[in-house]
Design a protein around this ligand. Structure first.
Ligand SMILES: Nc1ncnc2c1ncn2[C@@H]1O[C@H](COP(=O)(O)OP(=O)(O)OP(=O)(O)O)[C@@H](O)[C@H]1O
Ligand SMILES: [Mg+2]
Length: 542
């Protein structure tokens, strides 16, 4: 053989490399120069990952609970190894002979950084680290769930805690809680289709109903929460009893075509809409259709304070002397707007009245309404009423699932633009009036930027687009981008939680719904294999 070490020689070198790598493997160590953040190096085999909880033990006996925020693979050059080759092997080269071989060992390891969350005192308390909590050498190892649970309990204080599932990336299965008082900020829930947003939202609503007195209005475009008051099978009897007692005050408003309870019908009077929304519903432009627009205003003014339906407007428009009145009547007839299922008549109360009188949670099931225009009209009415009554300062969480249909980045029509404007107003100024948003969508770009940018809490589920992650990192710069990136590896139900709802951003696995889910996925039975029936024996004529 020429030009290389012989086979047994190569095996010997390989073994040597392995041995050296093991011997030279880095010990996991960390240091902190400011008592807030730390840097670390650790062997590849160490159980350390972004979002993971770790314990750092310093050489002088201090212990910290910390969290990894970045992790990279690094390679360092190890020592140079020189080998004398055996004489008895064939190391002949053309024109010479190989007597020595040399190589440099390269050691792969991980290196990154993290945040110090708490220092453990001698009596076992977890306290915030101080500026002088610096150290130049600490061991680093995956944290046990017990210390994580202790930290989360210490940080949540005496406020109500909402059980959301299990905290991940530590040993054991500590229960993950959200701080209920964190919902006095706007919240953004994002994840690709099927990531588990609606399931998580349902669990969160159950917990808010169970443990807080916050008023909740849910705009439900997929009828996903119509069974929020019904306990699912398998829930422990004690939990079921507690939930039933609290969920009594929950009401579901559904369109008349599907409503089982005649007193809980999703309805609006035409007079519930502000002038601009009335015009939007009739596709009236204040400039291009100025005469009809003005006629509508005049009719509304002539009716005065009392509530009225679109039929009332139509009647007055038909009998108007001005041509604009008759044009308005023709418009209403041609658009068939007066025939919408959602209009209240006679003595029927409007949903806004019902919501106003409610002391707890209301689900507005716009999913079962026939048209997108009706859905937009109801959304605008509900949001508009909340906004107009803001001075009452009644703490209310406004939950909008599939928010891209209610406050999209680019509204598709005038009614959607009205609803979006209310969302933008509530996002910007609602907090001081006790109006808090919780919006859920699949992609950040789909909702209006002025709504997104006002959110301080984030619940991020599985994402599959790097462009979306870049957008999220841009808007939510208080979350480490590497944590946001982790969402690409999430399984269904896993979520990154950040903002006032948690003491530090953390990854949890959502579980433990109490109530039934509503709008079920379309069953996939069409993909089941056709059973192969045994072919009937052909009859042969005798
Ligand atoms: N944490 C979970 N535990 C158990 N089942 C879950 C969990 N999360 C989601 N699922 C189930 O997965 C399915 C899809 O979840 P979900 O409807 O919440 O997704 P989504 O993110 O809202 O999707 P879309 O954007 O399409 O509305 C549902 O049938 C739900 O029951
Ligand atoms: Mg959903």
């Amino acid at each position: 053989m020429s030009g290389a070490a012989s086979l047994p020689e190569r095996e010997r070198i390989k073994e040597l490399r392995r041995d050296l790598r093991e011997r030279l493997e880095l010990e996991a160590t960390a240091f902190s120069a400011d008592g807030r953040e730390f840097s670390y190096e650790a062997p590849i085999s160490a159980d350390i990952q972004v979002g993971g909880w770790v314990v750092l033990d310093t050489t002088d006996g201090r212990r910290f609970l910390a969290q990894i925020t970045t992790e990279d693979i690094a390679v360092t050059e190890g020592p140079q190894i020189n080998l004398a080759l055996d004489d008895d092997q064939d190391h002949q080269l053309q024109g010479g002979r190989m007597t020595q071989a040399g190589f440099r060992v390269r050691i792969r390891h991980t290196a990154g950084s993290g945040v110090l969350l708490a220092r453990e005192t001698d009596d076992g308390k977890l306290v915030p680290p101080r500026q002088d909590d610096t150290f130049d050498a600490a061991t680093i190892a995956a944290a046990d769930g017990e210390i994580v649970a202790r930290y989360l309990a210490a940080m949540s204080g005496t406020r109500a805690a909402l059980r959301m599932g299990i905290v991940e990336r530590c040993a054991g299965d500590p229960v993950g809680y959200l701080r209920a008082d964190g919902f006095d900020r706007h919240t953004f829930l994002c994840g690709q289709s099927g990531s588990g947003k609606t399931y998580a939202l349902g669990l969160l609503l159950e917990q808010l109903v169970l443990h807080t007195d916050l008023n909740i209005i849910i705009i439900d475009p997929n009828s996903d929460f119509v069974r929020l008051g019904e306990v699912r099978q398998g829930v422990a009897p004690k939990d079921a009893r507690a939930y039933r007692a609290r969920a009594k005050a929950l009401q579901v408003l559904r369109p008349s075509a599907v409503a089982e309870n005649r007193r809980k019908v999703l309805r609006a009077w035409f007079s519930d809409l502000a002038e601009a929304e009335q015009a939007s519903a009739l596709r009236l432009d204040p400039i291009a259709d100025r005469e009809e627009y003005s006629e509508l205003s005049a009719i509304a003014a002539s009716i005065g304070e009392r509530r009225y339906s679109l039929d009332d407007v139509l009647e007055r428009a038909r009998s108007a002397e001005a041509a604009a009145g008759r044009d308005l009547a023709l418009r209403i007839e041609n658009l068939h707007v007066a025939e919408w299922d959602v209009w209240a008549t006679g003595k029927q109360p409007s949903s806004s009245d019902v919501i106003r009188e409610s002391t707890r949670a209301t689900v507005a099931d716009i999913g079962a309404l026939a048209s997108a225009s009706e859905k937009a009209a109801v959304s605008a009415t509900v949001l508009g009423n909340l906004w107009r009554r803001r001075e009452q300062r009644r703490p209310t969480l406004i939950v909008i699932d599939e928010a891209h249909n209610v406050c999209p980045a680019e509204p598709a029509n005038a009614l959607q633009a009205n609803a979006t404007e209310y969302c933008v107003n509530i996002a910007a100024e609602g907090r001081k009036f006790g109006l808090y948003l919780l919006i859920s969508t699949q992609r950040p770009q789909k909702v209006h930027r002025n709504v997104l940018s006002q959110c301080d809490n984030v619940m991020l589920m599985r994402m599959n687009s790097r462009a979306d992650l870049a957008e999220l990192s841009d808007v939510f710069s208080f979350i480490a981008p590497s944590l946001i990136e982790e969402s690409m590896r999430f399984r269904q139900g896993e979520t990154l939680l950040a903002g006032k709802i948690v003491p530090t951003p953390l990854i949890a696995r959502v579980s433990g719904r109490i109530s039934e889910e509503g709008g079920a996925d379309v069953p996939a039975t069409w993909a089941e294999q056709h059973s192969r029936k045994p072919r009937a024996k052909r009859r042969t004529n005798p």
